[in-house]
Design a protein around this ligand. Structure first.
Ligand code: DON
Length: 320
């Protein structure tokens, strides 16, 4: 690992270096056998555990891939930072801080204890389920349909392409999300939701069921790396201030109770989803996304963590 000079000091690694780092990580970790597909959402248990894709998108819009970078998978919790960013744009960072909270919970993503313990911020943090259900409920809209159009339109702007809901995942998750129902009911009892709990949970479940590929996810992350401008389409999606705050939340809570361990190893903000995706962002340079279904106990893809850590460190981009 080489130290990273001040931002802007160092040229991007060469195209060959990036492509080789991705390929090497893919070869090195494709045989990794640790981890297990999520099975509390029945659909996810049926996905091929050998799928493994990597994609890196730079702030000047160059795209690199290795392995199954074109395989769609459900975005799941990776939806959270992008809807949070939209919410901040619409209602301001202060409201997110006051209504949801911005400190790490240190607890699993679906913790109920965390809600009970945090009297000042019941929803806790926008990147755990309670905070994300709350984020969805606070997106200003007159109807659920209008709210969904904002949420899905925002994903499309980040990805630079229209994404669609995987209806099988949506049905599978809707049929089994009793824990999220409990979380929503608790949040409603504490009066933190901006819309009725059934609606908030339904739109949250829908946003978790959106399919992405590693390449699309890397483009979404690259928009955060690029201060809010999608580097592939040139669209300004969010302000630089929102991008900065979103990345700060990813750095402190993106991998739940394992976030400290993650930052210790990889040194860059990242977010995971139980579909097996992780996106990591090197501000001002690039985002890298990895996808492979088997997860560790905290719900983070094992191969994705290892591959991203390898690439970021071998390109000298650990921020610390
Ligand atoms: O609400 C849930 O439990 C899922 N839709 C998403 C959870 C998730 O992705 C946690 N991430 N690693």
């Amino acid at each position: 690992t080489t130290a990273r000079p001040s931002p802007g000091d160092e040229a991007m690694p060469s195209e060959t270096d990036i492509q080789q780092a991705l390929q090497k990580a893919h070869t090195q970790f494709k045989g990794t056998k640790e981890g297990k597909n999520a099975d509390y959402i029945p659909y996810l248990a049926t996905v091929d555990p050998n799928l493994f894709g990597l994609a890196l998108v730079t702030v000047d819009g160059k795209i690199y891939t290795a392995g199954d970078a074109a395989s769609p998978f459900p975005i799941e919790s990776l939806s959270k930072p992008f809807t949070l960013a939209r919410l901040m744009e619409e209602v301001g960072a202060k409201k997110v801080e006051d209504k949801i909270g911005v400190d790490a919970t240190g607890q699993p993503f679906n913790s109920i204890v965390a809600i009970e313990m945090n009297e000042d911020h019941r929803a806790g943090n926008p990147l755990v389920n309670a905070g994300a259900i709350t984020s969805v409920s606070l997106i200003p809209a007159k109807t659920p349909d209008e709210r969904w159009k904002k949420i899905s339109g925002n994903f499309n702007s980040f990805a630079g392409e229209p994404l669609s809901v995987n209806e099988e995942v949506y049905k599978s998750e809707t049929a089994t999300n009793t824990r999220n129902q409990s979380i929503s009911a608790l949040l409603e009892s504490y009066k933190v939701l901006g819309s009725p709990r059934e609606q908030a949970l339904d739109l949250y479940t829908r946003q978790c069921s959106v399919n992405v590929t590693a390449r699309q996810l890397a483009t979404m992350g690259a928009t955060l790396a690029n201060g809010g401008i999608n580097p592939v389409t040139g669209e300004r999606v969010i302000s630089p201030d929102t991008a900065r705050r979103t990345l700060a939340l990813m750095a402190t809570n993106g991998l739940y109770e394992n976030t400290g361990e993650w930052l210790y190893q990889a040194g860059v903000p990242a977010k995971s989803g139980v579909g097996g995706g992780i996106v990591a962002v090197v501000p001002g340079r690039y985002a890298i996304a990895a996808f492979s279904p088997p997860l560790d106990k905290a719900g983070n893809s094992v191969r994705a963590q290892r591959a991203i850590t390898h690439v970021v460190n071998s390109l000298g981009d650990n921020l610390y």
